[in-house]
Write a protein that binds this ligand. Sequence first.
Ligand SMILES: *Cc1c(COP(=O)(O)O)cnc(C)c1O
Length: 380
Amino acid sequence: MKRERIYLSPPHMSGEEFKNVKETFDSNWIAPVGPQIDGFEKDLQDYLNINNCVVLTSGTAAIHLALIILGVERGDEVICSSFTFAGTCNPIVYQGATPVFIDSEKDTWNMDPDLLEASIQDRIKKGKRPKAIIYVHLYGMPAQVDRIVEIAARYTIPLIEDAAEALGSTYKGKKLGAFGAFGILSFNGNKIITSSGGGALLTHDKKWADKARFLATQARAPFPHYEHNEIGYNYRLSNVSAAIGRGQLSVIDKRVEQRRMIFKKYAEELKDIAAISFQPENKEGISNRWLTTIVIDPMLCKGITNESIRIALEQENIESRPLWKPMHKQPVFASVPCYGGAVSEALFNSGLCLPSGSSLSNSDQELIISLIHKIVTGIT
Ligand SMILES: *Cc1c(COP(=O)(O)O)cnc(C)c1O
């Protein structure tokens, strides 16, 4: 019998989702309004300990609204982590603004605080005060939050925290997503929980949350005929998607534990291979280990590369994927300024994301581990 494909990070339902979805059908709230939306927002607020949450069609939409509310406009500059997914920085361009990319530091693979400060000083010297900073917790790993928050505050530049990959991760005991003017989450199909597609905007400021809801529903001023004084967007999450998201959020702690167990098993069972290392844990926090990522040292690995491991796994119908290609190396951002770059480039050139879904079975994970041993040691 042919084994089913092993995916990188497939959706993993708890059973609660379908009950909630049935409620939406029974009540006929099949719309981007309804009780599941209100409930999902409340559940997220309680879980993250933050006063305001607005659920949206995607994490990208959440970043877009944050930039609009912070007044980012044509000709502005926004500082952004380079080592990330394009959803982090595309909304900067939607606003007609320009990203300024910052490389990673080796400790957490996230935004280098020293480069952040140097870049702010340099942009100010060039006559361009950055309008906002977007920093990312890559693969769920907390960035150097205290230092980034302190630098942003000292230069009075608002922070957007891209926690799309980091739901359930903590920094100094507090959940990520609340360390900025805005935090954003994603519930895309491959994230630690999914609403089949969706995202959330988090903020401590109720006025901003109200503004986000207004902009996300086509900026309709409250008249029977709808009056428009501003350009709006159709970014509100569907009540049906919110029903799925609520069922998923009810098991988030379990999902974090499962992903961390999967990481731990990879780390333990591959530790005898000197050429393989892992994303280091930030000592001030706990990563949800959304994806387990390995880095292969080519000097120690006699011709075996991240790409040869990826291809060998693919031949066994197992999905793995290179790390994010840094944004400053993307053709579409070729003319964008970048501070540093070598750290994320080296990680991209030697790294690989391994199957890390919370539903990954023990036997499938053991198969992956034994295949990697086989590839690296050349023993069959
Ligand atoms: C997934 C992701 C996003 C975008 O979220 P969507 O819901 O897919 O729009 C943004 N930033 C990072 C780091 C992501 O991984």
